[in-house]
Write a protein that binds this ligand. Sequence first.
Ligand SMILES: [Zn+2]
Length: 456
Amino acid sequence: MDKISKFISQNKKRWLLQLSEYLNIPSISAPGIFGNKDILEAANWLVGHFKKIGFKSKLIKTPYDPLVYAEYKNPENNFTLLIYCHTDVQPADPLELWNTPPFKTTIKNGKIFARGVSDSKGHLFAYIKGIESVLKTEGKLPVNIKFIIDCDEEANELSLPWFLNKNSKKLKANAVLVSAGAMVTKNTPSICHGYRGLLATEIKIKTLKQNLHSGSFGGAVLNSAEHLSKLIAQFRDKNGRILIPGFYENVLSVRKSKKVYAGVHCGKKDFLKITGAKNSVCEKNFSLDECLAGRPTFEVNGIKSGSADGVFQYIIPAQASAKISLRLVPDQKPDDIFEKLKKFVQKITSKEARIEIKKIDWARPILISKKSNFAKILEESLEEIFNKKAVWYREGGAVPIIYNLQRISKEVFMVGFGLPDDNIHAPNEKLNAADFYKEIKFSSILIKRLGGTKLN
Ligand SMILES: [Zn+2]
């Protein structure tokens, strides 16, 4: 057994106790509330811990919650890895559904139960311990390491963007790792490198001054609900293809990346079980994973009109509206798609209707190259731990923190050690102890390999 592995196995039990102490601090964040004493306690606990293992560390004050910053400098190497994580957790409600107290860490059948253990305190702590293992056994780290730890990721997400606007240079790094996320399935080393973008819109149709009696006026005026339904029905053909002219112009082929894995990666049988759907309705000629993360979508999120709720009213509704969102993929641009959508809707709207189309929200799609030296080292380090090749996967949704982290480095990767059944944001959150130890080992191997490769 090598020195680092020996150090890890000698300290395993002690670290589990330290992790329990950290998890027992109920660092719950809440919308609009800052400076909660438990959040500060968890932040200060981390600062103290970083100092103990040989890092420089401090709290960075912001108008919101603070950020925890820690760094280790190696003057002989100019490569810097930044590790991002968060120390706040979701509320534990409903408490009655927990089998063990959420803020009294319990280890049972090889599983660590506590609120925040998989989202994401356990992962952060594993990285700290993996890096400590290299530092203690070798006397130094081969590269520069920075940690930036959020205290309001679960609620407000304001501190890090505020700090980046003020002082992004302090966080300058060659690559960023997000110590969170999950493996696509058990024992499958997984690296996330893609996120779909978003365009959220509202379409409002107005055909009359006010609602009219459907007996007196029915048959002679345009019904807004019916017209909106007809508009919506023209967005996709029977093969699931979106019919907005020019919509696919900038879509990169998913086939070029060999196989696409989605964050929600499961076989057809499990997919039907999870969703309760009678069947999947994927775009023709594309796999389930491709449709879940590699292809653009069109979804109606809600429709409002007439007497849909409450009592039956015999009316012709004067107006109807729909909230519609589209998930975008590289290289589609939200602004360009919005213009194309507007043109399309205006063209298919009856001249008897007034129409209003609003952009509600947007996010650009992200796809990070897997061809860099750093990406290769990530793959090799995972392969050493799992004895199998890592899969690269894409998230179907946008993850706002990734956009902020890309201001530090374009290379932002999330390596998952959690599992889809870890119950994050739900009662009985857990992390498998074996995966926690694997994550420690992985981060030690990664740091060693980073030191042994020419990266810049
Ligand atoms: Zn979360």
